[in-house]
Design a protein around this ligand. Structure first.
Ligand code: AMP
Ligand code: MG
Length: 329
């Protein structure tokens, strides 16, 4: 087994375990009143538990590897958050068969590495928390960055329909193809996935965020109209959008900036971008610039994201730039 295969196996195993924890919490959440009350604590519990599980697994299999996670345990270490910390530890214990609170907090903090130089993992323990709370789509996203390039990506998508039922996992290693694997399985064998081969953007279906605060939906509607697209947008939370492009459920992903000062986070894009590229697609920002993962925790040099099935990318960027120029006037 090459090193990449060992890394891939560890990442897949970690994402599967974290996904199981998220599924268990979401199942309780949907059946409880919390959804109506808009109580955010269940998603918080799942978020921390997911990060603890992934960091623990990576530390066990690849000791010394750095992890840049979205969360840290500072809040949980506060005496006022004892009940929350205990709930997180319970969820982790359910998955791994026992765990002390202090140990779980330390696992979460393994995700506190600096996003600087060399090699590190980046983790979004629950990407699409709004979708998670609505009982809809979310993803566990884990990418490996080396010298500013994403070299491996794994996306666990517990509510996406997969080949063997509900739940799908996508994986890619730079230079290789993208795979779809069963979320509930084990091992690293899967089925190759490819983007749609499409030469005219007019035939495309485009996907975007459900949340209008995360992507400018009126701009994307104008872009779609100018491209001659007639299909309704496919609105789906999280990096499931990248999975949709990779396996041909959609052909264009538009993430149009809603604020001048917002910078995309590396954990929101690393795994998804790689999966799309391995599946034969292209990913850039809204100006056509490649996503630059060498700038720390954010994509400082980029604005928004455009991912496509490939051949139509330049044509899509041209229209994106035109519409943005018009709306800036
Ligand atoms: P999505 O599910 O595609 O809507 O994206 C969810 C992600 O959007 C979260 O993980 C946030 O990090 C990110 N996010 C938060 N605010 C913004 C914003 N103003 N623009 C773009 N993304 C955002
Ligand atoms: Mg996220």
């Amino acid at each position: 087994m090459s090193d990449r295969n060992a890394e891939l196996a560890a990442a897949i195993e970690a994402v599967r375990a974290a996904s199981r924890v998220c599924i268990a919490v979401q199942r309780k959440l949907v059946s409880a009143e919390t959804l109506e009350k808009r109580d955010k604590s269940p998603v918080t519990v799942a978020d921390f538990a997911s990060q603890a599980i992934v960091c623990r697994k990576l530390a066990e299999v690849l000791p010394g590897d750095r992890v840049v996670g979205e969360e840290d345990a500072a809040e949980l270490r506060d005496a006022s958050q004892e009940a929350l910390a205990a709930a997180v530890a319970d969820r982790v214990a359910d998955e791994i068969g026992g765990a002390e609170v202090s140990q779980v907090l330390d696992w979460i903090d393994l995700g506190g590495a600096d996003a600087s130089e060399g090699r590190y993992w980046t983790l979004d323990p629950i990407d699409g928390t709004k979708g998670f709370l609505r009982g809809q789509q979310y993803a566990v996203a884990l990418g490996l960055i080396e010298d500013g390039e994403v070299v491996l990506g794994v996306l666990g998508c517990p509510n996406l329909s997969g080949r063997g039922g509900t739940g799908a996992l996508f994986a890619g290693v730079a230079g290789g193809g993208a795979l779809e694997l069963p979320l509930a399985g084990d091992g690293i064998a899967g089925d190759p996935v490819r983007v749609t081969s499409l030469t005219s953007p007019a035939e495309a279906r485009f996907c975007e965020s459900v949340e209008s605060g995360h992507s400018n939906q009126s701009e994307s509607a104008q872009i779609a109209a100018q491209l001659g697209i007639t299909l309704d947008p496919y609105r789906i939370d999280s990096q499931c959008k990248y999975a949709a492009i990779a396996r041909g459920d959609a052909q264009i992903y538009l993430r149009m900036p809603t604020r001048k000062d917002y910078r995309e986070k590396i954990w929101d894009h690393a795994a998804g971008k790689l999966v799309v590229e391995c599946a034969g697609g292209r990913v850039s920002d809204v100006t056509g610039r490649p996503l630059d993962f060498s700038q720390g925790r954010t994509l400082e040099q980029n604005r928004g994201v455009v991912a496509t099935c490939g051949a139509i990318h330049d044509e899509v960027i041209e229209v994106v730039e035109r519409v943005r120029a018009e709306s800036a006037v």
